[in-house]
Design a protein. Structure first.
Length: 447
């Protein structure tokens, strides 16, 4: 495997120390491996790069199973593998959609590695949609989260169905008090890159932002105006609060995506897609978004509701300053709250000075707009449509330059593309009724 080519594809210059040691331990060793490393340090690559070298590309059976706590991490990990261009086939399996659809996909793809949530993986194993006899590698990503979410019984059942397991690889950003016996770790090599004295990364600057009233909406608006068009995640503790804050910010003219566990799967995927491609620059979410999301350019983390414990704060803040980037974390503190109540917060905080002109009553308030907008194209891989075809279509028919086009994702039946927001209406007007690769299709904005 040519690592230099892979690095070029995924846009990194070199591996960090944790990744290098994890790759060596998994690829060269024979022991089970536990990797502990802070959020944002690239643990997905740390296990994927060696595991893909251990699999037999000529064997059409599932050889590696990756357990994850949620559907977002399953999809994201599957996309990371595909981005490596190794030629290995993969699939993501998770609840919230018909198991029969996944069964058809499994038969069509014949994956050699499967990413999935414990319940759905059990379902496919029970129905023989996934055969266990060739599965030699088990990876549990965010194993502490899997345990916190009460997956003990489901994971225990799952592991009993895997008679051919040779290696177990566990990864997490926080250490579990005890790894259950059912995991059956044997001769473990433990790689601990957690630094207890620094619960928040050195590359993250912390601020306390005072709200004069208990309802923090105006203060949040002022803060977002001050931050301009940079990408921000606003964390809240309750689903209904997410909806309330997101609705308020939309009315104020912000580009917003809302994200919580009560939403339908498609709604969550669309919200995440719009934020990751720059079509929304404010992501309002519960702590569901504090793990498993790998969006590289999040500059700001805003705690509308204060985190209730250190682990919650670590995972929230870990969404920013990923790899070698810098980030900011803002704690909005109401009149009955104090930054001092966060007893686990050891790093020195400073007070953020808000732009006093950017208030709800100001007629000159600047509400930043997202740089991009998302369009839906009603054709996909089944119609022989590729990313290159879409770029050509948007340039030739839509009058765009390549720099006006952002992220493009092509599914079997449709595609999404990010385009410069100020060119959106031009594109929609020019491509109306036009064909892509000789096929007439629907092109419309994603609201």
């Amino acid at each position: 495997m040519n690592l230099e080519k892979i690095f070029q594809k995924i846009g990194i210059a070199e591996l960090n120390a944790m990744q290098e040691e994890a790759i060596e331990a998994i690829l060269r060793g024979r022991q089970d491996v536990v990797v502990l490393s802070p959020t944002g340090t690239g643990k997905t690559l740390a296990y994927l790069l060696p595991v893909v070298q251990l699999l037999n590309a000529d064997d059409n059976q599932v050889q590696a199973l990756v357990i994850v706590p949620g559907r977002e991490l399953a999809l994201q990990s599957d996309n990371v593998l595909k981005s490596l261009g190794t030629g290995l086939r993969s699939a993501a399996c998770y609840g919230g959609r018909a198991a029969m659809d996944e069964h058809r996909k499994l038969r069509e793809v014949n994956p050699q590695i499967v990413f999935g949530t414990p319940g759905r993986l059990n379902d496919h194993l029970d129905k023989r949609n996934i055969l266990p006899y060739s599965i030699r590698y088990l990876i549990i990503d965010e194993f502490d989260k899997c345990l916190e979410m009460g997956f003990h019984q489901e994971m225990s059942r799952l592991l009993r169905k895997l008679p051919a397991l040779e290696r177990r690889i566990l990864l997490s950003a926080t250490d579990a008090e005890q790894i259950p016996d059912f995991v059956q770790l044997d001769k473990v090599q433990r790689l601990d890159y957690l630094i207890e004295e620094e619960p928040v990364g050195e590359r993250v600057t912390l601020y306390a932002v005072k709200s004069p009233v208990k309802d923090k909406l105006n203060t949040l608006r002022s803060l977002l105006c001050r931050l301009g068009d940079t990408q921000s995640i606003v964390f809240l503790n309750y689903r209904d609060a997410v909806e309330r804050v997101a609705d308020y910010l939309r009315r104020e003219g912000f580009g917003v995506s809302a994200f919580h566990g009560g939403m339908e799967q498609k709604q969550r995927e669309d919200a995440l897609y719009k934020f990751s491609n720059g079509s929304a620059n404010v992501f309002v979410a519960t702590d569901l978004a504090s793990r498993g999301l790998d969006i590289p350019d999040i500059q700001n983390i805003i705690h509308y509701h204060l985190p209730v414990n250190e682990q919650e704060m670590i995972h929230r803040v870990g969404r920013t300053a990923r790899w070698d980037k810098m980030g900011q974390s803002y704690f909005i503190v109401g009149p009955e709250e104090s930054i001092d109540q966060l007893t686990f917060l050891e790093q020195q905080t400073s007070i953020a000075e808000l732009n006093t002109e950017c208030t709800q009553d100001s007629s000159v308030a600047y509400v930043p707009s997202p740089k991009m907008a998302t369009i839906y194209i009603g054709k996909g891989k089944k119609d022989k449509i590729s990313k290159g075809d879409i770029v050509g279509f948007l340039c030739k028919k839509g009058g765009l330059d390549t720099e006006d086009i952002g992220r493009i994702d092509v599914t079997d039946r449709y595609a999404y593309a990010a385009v410069s927001r100020d060119k959106l209406q031009q594109v929609l007007r020019l491509v109306k009724g036009e064909k892509i690769k000789g096929i007439r299709t629907v092109v419309e904005p994603v609201k």
